[in-house]
Design a protein around this ligand. Structure first.
Ligand code: HEC
Length: 500
């Protein structure tokens, strides 16, 4: 239900909860003019929505109001279908709802996964019907934080409007079971590897024992690949051993081995080492406002709860150089029972590709958030020295992180926002992959605009009385955006960004 106020009458747009879920973050509609602007600027989103507009106060509507309503109906009428949307709403049963849950929810909502309850069978789902309706209507589930009016993403986790309508109609009809499911709802068997059979598997040599309680510092593992020649990675899967306690895993690679880096070299190969900070980022840093990192230590991939292996575009691959060493960075969250985890990484190799995929960390080490400050903002810029195709972006802050925007400006065009995350959530480190790779010529400037809330009003703030510096520990903050892009295959990482 969406109430547009500021008129002589209220307009009541009932899109089954769609409208607020999709656009609430970006729209704060108050006046007629804003409604008109909003409709004009969001017409691409609106095209996919079947809406009905109920004019609650049809009589006594003043002319200005009628014109706004007229515009609303004129814009939407092509999508309204032949009759009012309500007449089309059938009463779905679980048979119609189960495929939606299978596609969008069960990756996390199944035994042994991160979510607190399994949502596979009718018996499992039925008690949660009202909560499901709520989180689906609000857009809180599946987790996805990009402003839908900026950019299109191929891993967009949101349900389609029809799917949302189906789930809501099912709950409103009393969440009936209908015919039993052919499969019994047990879900498809998950394959051992989603990437197919790997050419190389690198596994932790010893299991790491995660205690039942308390907190575990970040675990680092240095693992040699023992590769005698360069290989091209077409698919890569980071696989936790004990999913219930693995919060996330980042996979990095020292392309020339980690021996050159004193801190990483101190890690004994194959031995899981708990570190309060990070050997990777606690080296003395220049207090630079626009740092670009990714030459000596490359970010390869990560595992996130419910995440699927990163799919590279056709003809694109990452290079794994001969003699590379992997660095696994694992964040464990004890879960009530002691568990042993032995995580591993699988690689599928192929021939030299047309495009080489690289990831960089853009960051800003001047970050310093005064105690109590509710809206601290930091803008950082980096300049491309080569033509690239931009594939994806991953904003990364810690628990005080509030919002993130990335803007690109090519030498010839106006600045263009390519990602906006109005409500950043540290618990969900999402990589936003563009539907179409974005061509960015040399000379393009990439701006990241990040903000933090260090006030007591931020419920996630561990300590609002503290000035917060840049640091890898979650009690400090980072101002990172991981940028994933592709370049011609012989390009070296050091050539991609202009170093200033
Ligand atoms: C990426 C993993 C993931 C996906 C995908 C996901 N969930 Fe969740 N869900 C969670 C986690 C973790 C929690 C518990 C913590 C939280 O609420 O964030 C949760 C909580 C919930 C809750 C309880 C919320 C509350 O406030 O009581 C409901 C209901 C729910 N999910 C439904 C769904 C539905 C329906 C879908 C699919 C449309 C879905 N989830 C997709 C991970 C996921």
């Amino acid at each position: 239900m969406f109430l547009v106020k500021g008129f002589d009458a209220d307009v009541h747009m009932d899109g089954g909860g769609l409208w607020p879920a999709r656009l609430r973050s970006s729209l704060r509609v108050q006046t007629n003019e804003e409604v008109i602007d909003m409709l004009a600027s969001h017409s691409t989103q609106i095209r996919r929505v079947r809406f009905q507009c109920l004019l609650l106060a049809r009589t006594g509507v003043k002319p200005a109001w009628t014109s706004a309503a007229g515009l609303v109906l004129a814009l939407w009428s092509p999508f309204l279908g032949s009759g009012p949307a309500q007449a089309e709403v059938s009463q779905p049963s679980f048979v119609e709802v189960e495929p939606i849950l299978r596609a969008h929810c069960q990756a996390c909502h199944q035994p042994g996964e991160v979510a607190p309850m399994s949502l596979r069978t009718f018996e499992e789902v039925r008690p949660w019907a009202r909560a499901i309706r709520r989180v689906v209507a609000s857009g809180d589930m599946p987790p996805w934080f990009a402003d839908p009016t900026v950019g299109e993403f191929r891993n967009d986790a949101r349900l389609s409007d029809d799917e949302i309508e189906t789930v809501i109609a099912w709950v409103e009809a009393g969440a009936p079971q209908g015919a039993p499911l052919p499969s019994g709802g047990a879900g498809a068997e998950t394959p051992e590897w989603h990437i197919g059979s790997p050419d190389l598997v690198v596994e932790m040599p010893e299991p790491f024992l995660v205690p039942a309680q308390g907190s575990v510092e970040y675990v680092y593992l240095r693992m040699p690949t023992n590769l005698g020649e360069d290989r091209w990675i077409y698919a890569l899967e980071v696989q936790p051993g004990a999913r219930s306690v693995v919060h996330h895993i980042d996979l990095l690679v020292c392309p020339r081995g980690c021996e050159a880096d004193a801190d990483l070299a101190a890690l004994e190969p194959g031995v899981a080492t708990q570190l309060a900070g990070s050997p990777i980022t606690e080296k003395p840093r220049p207090r630079s406002e626009s740092s670009v990192d990714g030459d000596d230590l490359e970010f390869l991939a990560s595992f996130l709860p419910g995440g699927r292996p990163l799919q590279l575009p056709p003809g694109a691959a990452r290079r794994l150089a001969a003699g590379s060493e992997l660095i696994l960075n694992i964040h464990y969250t004890p879960n009530g029972a002691a568990v042993a985890d032995q995580s591993r990484v699988g690689f599928v190799f192929g021939p030299k590709p047309e495009r080489r995929v690289l990831s960089f960390f853009l960051d800003n080490w001047t970050l310093w958030i005064p105690a109590g400050q509710a809206d601290y903002e930091l803008t950082s810029s980096a300049w491309l020295a080569e033509d690239v195709e931009l594939l994806g972006l991953t904003p990364h802050m810690h628990s005080r992180g509030k919002a993130a925007t990335v803007v690109v400006q090519t030498p010839s065009e106006a600045p263009e926002p390519v990602l906006s995350v109005p409500r950043y959530d540290f618990n969900w480190q999402i990589t936003y992959l563009f539907e179409e790779p974005k061509h960015l010529p040399a000379g393009t400037r990439i701006d990241t605009i990040l903000s933090w809330d260090n006030s007591a009003d931020n419920p996630h703030n561990p300590d609002p009385t503290r000035d917060v510096p840049w640091g890898r520990q979650t009690s400090d903050e980072m101002a990172s955006v991981f940028v994933t892009l592709s370049v011609p295959p012989d390009t070296e990482p050091s050539e991609v960004f202009a170093r200033r």
